[in-house]
Write a protein that binds this ligand. Structure first.
Ligand code: ADP
Length: 271
C-alpha cells in the first residue's frame, strides 16, 4: 500500500550532462500530481526514476519510508503501472490482446492461468478509456489518440496503486483529452489511485491535478496547487525563456472559467 511517496534532493546526470538538480516533493495516496515544464527540463527523466527505469544516483526516493532501490523491479511493477512517452506498438495484436498482454506480463506468470477476474479487469480498463467497441480491432488500425488510450487501458488493467503517465493525452485533440482525463480522474479518485503525470499544457494540467511541480532546466521552480501556480510572471519565466522556445502552453485564466466541471460539459454543450 502506497501512502506516501517522497522524493528528496534527487539529482541525476547522463554521463557528463546533469539534468536534474535537488528535486524534492512528496505525493500522498490518491493525489493527482502533475509535472510540467518545457522540453528538456527533465520531466521524463524524473518519471523514469520513479518507475525504476533509471536508478537513483543521488538523493532518495522512498515509498512509505522504504527506499525505492530496495524494491525489485518485479515488486515495484505490482504497485506502479507506467505509460511511457514512446511505445513500440505491438502490431498484430488487437486492442484487447494488447491490454491482456500488459496484465499478463505485469503479473509475471509462467503459465497462462487466465481467470474471470483478469477478464473483468481487462474489459473494465478498455471500457474506461472508451474503446469497448474497438476491442477486437488491430492496434495498428487505430488513430494515434486511440492507440494512446489502448496503452492507457493496458496500464489500468494492471490494477496499480500508482500510475506514472508520460503525456497521457499525446496525439489527442482537446475534446478527446478532456474526455479521457475526466474518466481517468474520476476512476483514479474512486479507486484512490495515486497518479503522477507529465503534461505539456498548463491549462489541462490545472483542470485535473491537485498539485503541480514545474521544472525548468532540471530545477524545481514551483510546487503548489494550480491556483497557486497561475501566476503570469512565474509562467512566463518557466515557459517563455529564450533557451527553450518549443513549449508555449496556452495559459489563460479565461479558459479555466470557460471550462467549469473540469472542462468537458462546457465543450459538449457548445458542440
Ligand atoms: P523532458 O521530458 O522535460 O523533455 P528529459 O528528461 O527527456 O526532459 O530530458 C532532459 C535532458 O536530458 C535533455 O537535455 C535530454 O536531451 C537529456 N537526455 C535525456 N535522455 C538522455 C540520455 N539517455 N542520454 C543523454 N542525455 C539524455
Amino acid at each position: 500500500m502506497i501512502d506516501v511517496l517522497e522524493v528528496n534532493n534527487v539529482s541525476y546526470r547522463y554521463q557528463r550532462k546533469q539534468v536534474l538538480y535537488d528535486i524534492t516533493f512528496t505525493v500522498e495516496k490518491g493525489e493527482i500530481f502533475g509535472i510540467l515544464g518545457p522540453n528538456g527540463s527533465g520531466k521524463t527523466t524524473l518519471l523514469k526514476l520513479l518507475s525504476k527505469e533509471l536508478s537513483v544516483q543521488s538523493g532518495s526516493i522512498t515509498v512509505n519510508g522504504r527506499p525505492l532501490p530496495s524494491f525489485s523491479h518485479k515488486e515495484w511493477a505490482r504497485f506502479a503501472a507506467v505509460l511511457p512517452q514512446t511505445i513500440d506498438a505491438a502490431f498484430g495484436y488487437t486492442v484487447k490482446e494488447t491490454v491482456e498482454l500488459g496484465r499478463y506480463a505485469h503479473q509475471h506468470r509462467l503459465l497462462p492461468m487466465w481467470t474471470e477476474e483478469d477478464e473483468q479487469a481487462v474489459d473494465a480498463a478498455i471500457h474506461e478509456v472508451g474503446l469497448t467497441e474497438k476491442a477486437g480491432e488491430s492496434i495498428e488500425r487505430l488513430s494515434g489518440g486511440e492507440r494512446q488510450r489502448a496503452y492507457l487501458a493496458r496500464a489500468l488493467a494492471q490494477n496499480p496503486e500508482l500510475l506514472l503517465l508520460d503525456e497521457p493525452t499525446n496525439h489527442m485533440d482537446i475534446t478527446q483529452q478532456l474526455h479521457l482525463l475526466n474518466q481517468l480522474v474520476r476512476s483514479a479518485k474512486e479507486k484512490k489511485l495515486t497518479v503522477i503525470a507529465i503534461f505539456h499544457d498548463m491549462n489541462i494540467a490545472s483542470l485535473y491535478c491537485d498539485r503541480l511541480l514545474m521544472l525548468k532546466e532540471g530545477k524545481a521552480v514551483a510546487l503548489g496547487t494550480p491556483e497557486e501556480l497561475m501566476e503570469p510572471a512565474l509562467l512566463h519565466s518557466v515557459f517563455q525563456s529564450p533557451v527553450n522556445k518549443q513549449a508555449h502552453p496556452t495559459v489563460s485564466k479565461p479558459l479555466l472559467a470557460f471550462l467549469p466541471e473540469r472542462g468537458l460539459s462546457a465543450i459538449e454543450q457548445r458542440g
